[in-house]
Design a protein around this ligand. Structure first.
Ligand code: FEO
Ligand code: CA
Ligand code: CA
Length: 631
């Protein structure tokens, strides 16, 4: 999402420090290379050693492309990129396929049957076990009301709020490769939309909690809708995990905002103005509705009749997304972070092992286990701190009556434990062989500012507009309580005058890393999300439009693979099992600095993809010779 930084106040005013020296002297022995090497991004010896086992031949087999400021999507020589499933296309629900209208005059009811706006996290689920037919499941993170309605927000109505709600959520579509081109299969029995109105069941320790009960749901177990769905993970048991990220922007708080609400960024008026016509989003009238978002949601795309679930055991946060590792004995470890300035990184370790049998047999797997928050030490070690009721300050005396309250107030619980305040954690990627985890920390221009937390080892730059990628290796197994960490790369441009914006990229420069995907060959794909107000100017002048790059973690080389149209964000990446098609999403082409287009000039910055109103869309990328992507 673009909106989440320059316009969003940081809300973490907790006193926990940003640098935490670990007291265990034995752990200091891990320090090999020191803070200077970590900050410079130099490979720690343990990483250099594991890198020596790399596969033969060059990992990056494509010719890198130049940075671009053009209103076009570009890929390397020998590749072809084709648009599928743009905003407004009917998803293919049988008997309910309203056509897209270029003038944005589709109704709310029609939008609920069409692709939503602002495509984000995406995964491919093969059908028939192959790579030529499958489902794409993807998030629709937020909306540009200036593009969504013919006259934008010049007038405002309940119908417009309903249409905006219908353009949010998640889509399931069926696609097939037909004569070398991917296309949507319509109608399809799998086609489905989840919107800001679809019923979700709440499971886990916060289900039925007093803080989750509302007038419309006195049981506190059924929530209408999912909001601001950003990144996505695919579970080993075949489901889709989606993060509810900047949901606080949707609520009106009025004049009397409580400290708890303020900690979550509630403001007097929500950016989307839903509360004016839907009292559910007026936190003065329905304060607990505010607690019912910020969860990881789980969807079974293979069962069109399945009920989606909010997994409260994974904690409430401004969740970017969720990614699953598996311990040697078969338990699930779900990593997540929350993308806001000075917020946290989490992992959840399931109590039980993943059972054979897929989604149905694992329907309660993510309801039982332990949630931890990360503390990154100054010496390159780190610890996972358990968010368990009764642990240290997590007691009734400190405002946590039970485990349900710890989870509803995951941020406050993490403040109390002294977790490390990060530079906006976005996507994660997991290397099961190396037992490594990577996380993009996209930027934090407030770091080191007046009355703001200063730099620390994990977040080493003041006024950090460029971002970095942190990585860690768990000690023992993925459920380990200790880790060792360093930086894969600090993004930036070495030609910058300001040292904090120079970075240490080897190869093609980039800024604001966001999306991440580790492919089966070990290539780490990096996607960027610099804001429209920054791109191609000032410190970002040479970096170009948002883009996708590939990193060879052995050599550290970064090579540019794709450049997007003007003012878009590149986000979401998934490969077919044969590695010969990559799907990515282009989000908000032509976005304005205010994140809201002028309805009288919807094409002011971009006409991508089809020359008319700009539309977020999925792009299928293939090699002309049919070979694997990136080789
Ligand atoms: Fe939705 Fe943090 O990007
Ligand atoms: Ca972002
Ligand atoms: Ca993102």
């Amino acid at each position: 999402m673009a909106k989440d930084f320059e316009t969003m106040e940081d809300s973490n005013r907790s006193a926990n420090p940003s640098i935490h020296a670990l007291s265990d002297p034995a752990r200091r022995l891990w320090l090999q290379g020191g803070l200077g090497a970590l900050a410079s991004g130099a490979l720690a010896p343990w990483l250099a050693a594991c890198a020596s086992g790399a596969s033969a031949g060059p990992l990056l087999g494509f010719q890198g492309i130049a940075a671009s400021s053009a209103d076009a999507l570009r890929v390397p020589e020998g590749y072809v990129a084709e648009v599928i499933a743009p905003w407004g296309e009917p998803v293919g629900i049988p008997g309910a396929m309203p056509a897209w209208r270029e003038d944005a005059s589709n109704t709310a009811a029609e939008q609920a049957l069409q692709m939503g706006m602002h495509h984000d996290g995406i995964h491919f689920y093969p059908l028939d076990g192959g790579s030529s037919r499958g489902l794409l499941v993807m998030n629709h993170e937020y909306v540009d009301d200036g593009l969504l309605h013919p006259d934008g927000m010049k007038t405002w109505s309940a119908e417009k709020v309903k249409k905006a709600q219908a353009a949010h959520g998640v889509a399931v579509i069926e696609i097939e490769l037909h004569e070398g081109r991917w296309q949507m299969v319509r109608p399809s029995r799998f086609a489905r939309r989840f919107t800001a109105s679809t019923p979700f069941v709440v499971q886990g320790p916060a289900a039925g909690h007093a803080l989750m009960k509302t007038a419309a749901d006195p049981e506190g177990r059924t929530v209408r809708g999912t909001l601001n769905n950003c990144a996505a993970g695919r579970t080993p048991w075949g489901t889709y995990l989606s993060g509810e990220e900047n949901w606080a922007f949707y609520f009106d708080g009025g004049e009397a905002i409580t400290p708890d609400q303020k900690r979550w960024g509630l403001r007097k008026s929500g950016f989307y103005r839903w509360g004016e016509h839907d009292p559910r989003f007026d936190a003065r009238q329905h304060p607990n509705e505010f607690h019912r978002f910020g969860w990881i949601v789980e969807i079974d795309p293979m069962d069109p009749a399945s009920t989606p679930v909010k997994r409260s055991a994974l904690g409430r946060a401004a969740h970017e997304g969720a990614w699953v590792a598996v311990t040697k004995d078969g338990r699930a470890v779900v990593y997540s972070g929350e993308d806001a300035r000075f917020e946290y990184i989490y992992k959840f370790v399931s109590r039980d092992r993943i059972a054979p049998g897929g989604a149905k047999t694992n329907r309660e797997l993510l309801d039982h286990g332990t949630l931890y928050v990360a503390r990154f030490g100054a010496d390159g070690t780190g610890r996972w701190l358990p968010l368990i009721h009764g642990n240290g300050p997590l007691t009734a005396a400190h405002g946590f009556a039970d485990q349900g309250e710890v989870l509803v107030k995951t941020r406050q619980a993490s403040d109390a434990l002294g977790a490390t305040k990060m530079d906006r954690p976005e996507w994660l990627a997991i290397d099961p062989q190396r037992r490594e985890v990577y996380c993009t920390l996209t930027n934090n221009s407030a770091r080191g500012g007046k009355d703001m937390p200063g730099v620390d080892a994990a977040n080493p730059r003041a006024s950090n507009v460029m971002g970095q990628i942190i990585r860690w290796r768990e000690e023992g197994d993925f459920d380990g309580l200790a880790m060792r960490w360093d930086h894969l790369v600090l993004a930036g441009d070495p030609a910058n005058a300001r040292a904090e914006a120079q970075g240490n990229v080897k190869g093609d420069i980039f800024a604001c890393p966001d999306g991440l995907m580790l492919d089966a060959r070990g290539v780490l794909w990096i996607q960027t999300d610099a804001h429209a107000s920054q791109m191609n100017q000032g410190e970002f002048a040479r970096i170009g439009n948002n883009q996708m790059l590939a990193c060879d973690r052995t050599t550290g080389e970064v090579r540019r693979f794709l450049t997007g149209p003007v003012n878009c964000e590149i986000t979401g990446a998934t490969l077919t099992p044969d590695g010969r098609t990559m799907f990515i999403n282009v989000q908000h082409p032509g976005e304005t600095s205010s994140d809201r287009s002028d309805p009288d000039e919807p094409n002011r910055f971009s006409r991508w993809p089809f020359g008319g109103r700009p539309r977020s869309a999925t792009v299928a990328i293939r090699r002309r010779d049919g070979g694997p992507i990136g080789t």
